[in-house]
Design a protein around this ligand. Structure first.
Ligand SMILES: Cc1cc2nc3c(=O)[nH]c(=O)nc-3n(C[C@H](O)[C@H](O)[C@H](O)COP(=O)(O)OP(=O)(O)OC[C@H]3O[C@@H](n4cnc5c(N)ncnc54)[C@H](O)[C@@H]3O)c2cc1C
Length: 421
């Protein structure tokens, strides 16, 4: 195959989920000419299937830093693109003493830290003022400041429209078969670009199989549901439980988390078997998102066990002061999973693969894309509109080194490598 008269851009991005959109926003703000390619007709991946919970304060390390960076970008995009985002914080309900003890330990660990992500411990009465939970199950709780909530069903579409208005070109219903330095090969022809970003979530194992295997990327499939619930009052913020505390890094590494995890698993083995993260968000139309279960495999089954949905409904009835619940929708979402929380790899010169490899891409993806594209490609500043990459698209197009594609032999710097061993 040869690159015959490819279209030319400064930046080509594969994937129109939140990571790809973040990369496009970073590039277009720097005055670069950007194309986003996605095989689907609009974003329908993990980015629209989640809780819309931007859970910054429960993260630690790089995830916290990407989350903090994402926060400002989310708020700016919401204002510019006109979609719903609320500065809700996160409500954690403690239903037992060990859950309350863990919240206290986390608050102590960061006492004196900056206000962002600060943990304010709540009395049972304060918890029930913020959410219609049954008073008899509440031992206390906390409000994690700084967290946001968006409606995942509308945010990505609004960002696509906004970026298109800023000049980003979107090519939907166009699959990418191979990527390499200076070149993206699609089912609708070649695209030449100085910089290439691969933001395809778990499907990185199809486009860049050797890289994905080295990083240990597999899939995590989650069950979710949306219900109309007759709640006594609205939820003022996304709501987490002890099952979330033993997952998120800010809490999960603390001493009392071990005690809590052991108790939860001993008392509720059937929920532990679902790898439950019992949490809730309420959409602006009043419906509730309930979830979620986790099943990790290279290729998880598409079949969704009814036991997961039974558990979501039973646990919601236990927790909330609730009248009736009517199930509106059920779905499966999938995200990339690996040992590290992020995949940040240059697959070839100026070809950057980016993914959140745990379930925090909505929280971190915009910041991840902003920070890591600027770092990898040497983009200056935070995007005031200048183009100072100093390289021409034509130069890059002269040297197309393909590194990824379904069933291909890769060529990096002239050396052939088997990608699909
Ligand atoms: C059920 C569920 C709940 C979650 N809850 C939360 C939450 O509350 N908070 C949070 O922070 N995170 C949450 N997450 C994680 C978060 O949704 C993901 O980490 C994030 O959306 C990943 O974004 P992405 O852009 O990498 O992937 P995606 O949104 O999946 O986008 C990848 C895109 O790449 C495209 N693509 C793939 N291969 C190709 C190809 N060869 N050619 C062209 N296009 C291609 C796909 O069509 C897709 O549109 C949740 C995830 C799930 C599934």
């Amino acid at each position: 195959m040869t690159a015959s008269s490819p279209d030319r851009f400064d930046v080509a991005i594969v994937g129109s989920g939140i990571v790809g959109l973040g990369a496009a926003y970073a590039a277009v703000r720097r005055g670069l000419r950007v194309v986003v390619v996605d095989r689907t007709e609009r974003p329908v991946g993990a980015t629209i299937r989640n809780f819309g919970h931007l859970c910054i304060g429960a993260q630690d390390g790089p995830a916290r830093a990407y989350g903090e960076a994402s926060r400002g970008i989310w708020l700016r995009l919401a204002a510019e693109a006109g979609f719903w985002a609320r500065e809700s914080g996160t409500l954690v309900v403690a239903r037992a003493e060990d859950e309350r003890a863990l919240l206290e330990e986390a608050a102590r660990a960061e006492a004196g830290a900056e206000a962002g992500g600060g943990i304010r411990l709540l009395s049972p009465a304060e918890v029930t003022a913020l959410a219609p939970v049954r008073p008899d199950v509440v031992h206390g709780g906390a409000l994690v400041a700084g967290d946001l909530q968006v409606n995942p069903r509308e945010a990505a579409g609004a960002i696509v429209r906004h970026l298109a208005a800023l000049g980003v070109e979107f090519r939907f219903r166009t699959a990418v078969a191979e990527v390499g330095t200076g070149l993206v090969r699609t089912t609708r022809g070649d695209i030449a670009a100085s910089d290439v970003v691969v933001a395809v979530n778990h499907d990185v194992d199809q486009l860049l199989p050797a890289l994905a295997e080295r990083a240990g990327v597999i899939r995590c499939a989650l069950d979710m549901m949306r219900v109309a619930a007759d709640l006594a009052a609205p939820l003022q913020a996304p709501l987490l439980t002890g099952w979330s505390l033993v997952r998120y890094r800010r809490f999960a590494g603390l001493g009392t988390a071990t005690v809590l995890r052991e108790r939860l698993h001993a008392e509720r083995p059937e929920l532990a078997a679902l790898d439950l993260n019992q949490m809730y968000t309420q959409l602006p139309d009043g419906t509730l998102l309930l979830g979620d279960s986790h099943h990790k495999a290279v290729q998880p089954d598409p079949f969704q066990p009814e036991a997961a949905f039974d558990a979501f409904l039973a646990e919601a009835r236990e927790l909330f002061d609730i009248g009736g619940i009517r199930v509106i929708e059920r779905w499966q979402g999938v995200y990339a999973a690996a040992g590290e929380e992020f995949l940040i790899e240059e697959a070839a010169p100026r070809v950057l693969a980016l993914a959140a490899t745990t379930g925090i891409g909505m929280t971190t993806g915009l910041g991840l894309a902003e920070i890591e594209t600027a770092r990898a490609f040497g983009w200056a500043g935070s995007g005031s509109g200048s183009d100072d990459t100093g390289r021409s698209v034509a130069d890059a197009a002269q040297n197309p080194a393909i590194v990824g594609g379904a069933g291909t032999t890769a060529t990096v710097g002239g050396i052939a490598q088997e990608e699909n061993a």
